[in-house]
Design a binder for this molecule. Structure first.
Ligand code: GLY
Length: 558
């Protein structure tokens, strides 16, 4: 069984770059992720008889080694599973606020937010969830031994791997943070700039992964690793305690489901808000004929942006950790409510976010994350998004344990109305409270067509995650694109506040931009939005990989 490989950008892995228009297809299994090494490790697990969950767990641990920008054991994420027989599941391995966290912890005496506290210090870290998530999901669904699925990541950490061109840039750009925020200079810093092909070896991380291999969750949440984490906290005035680590558990939850033009959409439920945004926007745009409007016509961009404005306004008021507040999800997703939200939509002019706030569903009453998709030969599918929050998280490496800590606490609303690093605001539903999960935008999705697996997708990008995923679905379902075109096309985004449409350079046609401006939209150009990694099942049953041309994403199949 030969290996099929396709990486979208030069500098990923010598010899396997693909023309960005060429479809990457395979018959028996596929992994699409942010780095060639993790995609390769995942597909080797499939070839050796593992199922999609084994491959996903192997890829997740591999990403913690080869993609420290966002892959992690010091962060968290969300995974959606669809078994070949159609059963679905979700694991929420989002970080939690430490028990010592308080709503005022990021404010000074005058009540102002202290800059950098929720992003670049030990106080920025939530209690990591990835290890518990991977151990739990593997013990529920894996068919290979845990040892076999984690070992490739250990070998990768110990032996090293060649950094990609994009990674060399990321590491060089973050050099100052690594030096400033760590007592000992971490392995991510070199005396001379990183260049493509340099080897990154992580011996401390290899030892930590070995403890996880040998002891499961205890290899991280107790014993040596826990002592190293709490030691780092003491040095950096952080508040994660042994009790926080012992108490952490990931949660199996029902995924959110909805319909769009006859396709079934299965996506993340809170504590991510991404799934709700996706389903709300799809519900608001479904009554309109997007295909007739045309791809990237000003009318279609205006319609989608207005729906996004309304969905993000609702997010700011209603969403947070479901364990801490009652989220009126059924009401927020009902057809009547969504139709009512679009009553104020005008096809020829922009609304104003100052006027169009959150709705009343009950009558009176960034930028770095990473996504991978896996499908095995039996049709089991995994769609998982994982993160440290910002690129390299807090940039703080746990001394002698070799892994980066997240800065996910910034995803809380640290003060009502004050935007976080993604410009998102929130209120009490997403305030800091001990043991609470901070609201996410991660939107792993699996789509069914006619009761069969059709597509898996997801993206990094903070607030732009659900809107990036949305555009891939609309590109496929409304505009009839193949997965390469759907993932590669230019993107735009509206998130209520700030009241603007951001769009990628060279994406929307000049005539569309001009007409959107005349309709009253503020426009803001961005270099790049999202990095989707998707797999689509084609009519002949083959799997088509959609690694995004943005970044060093790679599809490996066989
Ligand atoms: N940290 C990005 C997100 O969860 O939305």
């Amino acid at each position: 069984m030969s290996l099929i490989a396709g990486c979208r950008s030069a500098g990923s892995r010598p010899g396997i770059e693909s023309d960005s228009d060429v479809q990457i297809t395979s018959d028996s299994g596929m992994v699409v992720s942010a780095h060639p090494e993790s995609s390769l490790i995942g597909v080797e697990i499939l070839k050796s008889g593992g199922n999609a969950i084994d491959a996903a767990v192997a890829a997740e641990f591999a990403l913690a080694v080869c993609y420290p920008e966002a892959g992690n054991i010091g962060g968290g994420g969300f995974m959606i599973i669809r078994e070949a027989d159609g059963r679905t599941d979700m694991i929420d391995y989002r970080e939690k606020a430490p028990l010592g966290a308080t709503p005022e912890m990021y404010l000074d005496e005058s009540g102002s937010v202290v800059e950098g506290l929720s992003t670049g210090t030990c106080l920025a870290s939530g209690v990591p969830g990835t290890v518990d998530g991977m151990v739990s999901i593997h013990s529920k669904y894996g068919i290979l031994s845990f040892r076999d699925v984690i070992q490739p990541a250990i070998d990768l950490a110990r032996n090293g791997f060649p950094v990609t061109e994009g990674q060399a840039q990321d590491l060089n750009l973050n050099r100052g943070n690594f030096i400033k925020r760590n007592r000992k200079v971490p392995v991510f810093v070199k005396n001379i700039p990183w260049i493509k092909g340099d080897t990154l070896r992580q011996p401390d991380l290899a030892l930590t992964l070995e403890r996880i291999r040998d002891l499961g969750r205890d290899g991280f949440y107790s014993g040596v690793t826990a002592r190293l984490i709490t030691g780092e906290m003491k040095r950096g005035n952080g508040i994660i305690t042994p009790e926080d680590l012992e108490n952490y558990t990931s949660e199996f939850r029902d995924p959110l489901t909805g319909e769009y033009r006859g396709y079934k959409i299965i996506t993340a439920s809170p504590s991510s808000g991404g799934g709700m945004i996706l389903l709300q926007v799809l519900g608001m745009i479904e009554p309109f004929d997007l295909k007739a409007m045309g791809f990237h016509s000003w009318q279609s961009v205006h319609l989608v942006a207005e729906a996004e404005r309304r969905a993000f306004a609702d997010r700011s008021k209603y969403l947070g950790d479901p364990g801490f507040s009652n989220i009126p999800l059924a009401e927020l997703l009902s057809n009547e409510y969504l139709a009512g939200r679009m009553d104020s939509f005008r096809p020829d002019s922009a609304s104003s976010s100052a006027v169009t706030g959150p709705g009343s569903p009950i009558p009176d009453g960034g930028v770095q994350t990473t996504h991978y998709s896996v499908v095995d030969r039996k049709g089991n599918a995994v769609s998982a998004t994982t993160t440290l929050n910002e690129t390299f998280g807090s940039s703080i490496v746990v001394d002698s344990a070799g892994f980066l800590l997240n800065n996910e606490m910034d995803d809380f609303s640290v003060k009502p109305g004050v935007p976080n690093m993604f410009g998102l605001t929130g209120g009490s539903a997403n305030s800091v409270q001990p043991g609470k999960r901070m609201l996410s935008s991660m939107t792993p999705v699996i789509v069914e067509k006619g009761g069969k697996l059709f597509l898996t997708a997801g993206s990094p990008g903070g607030a732009t995650i659900p809107t990036s995923v949305l555009q891939v679905l609309v590109n496929v379902i409304d505009h009839g694109m193949n997965i390469t075109q759907a993932v590669g096309s230019g993107r735009f985004h509206h998130q209520w506040m700030p009241d603007q449409i951001s769009y990628e350079s060279n994406s929307l046609p000049p005539a569309t931009l001009e007409r959107l401006g005349l309709a009253g939209h503020k426009l803001s150009e961005r270099k790049s939005i999202g990095r989707v990694n998707a797999i689509m099942i084609m009519p002949d049953g083959k799997m088509a990989g959609g690694p995004d041309r943005r970044g060093n994403n790679c599809a490996f199949g066989y």
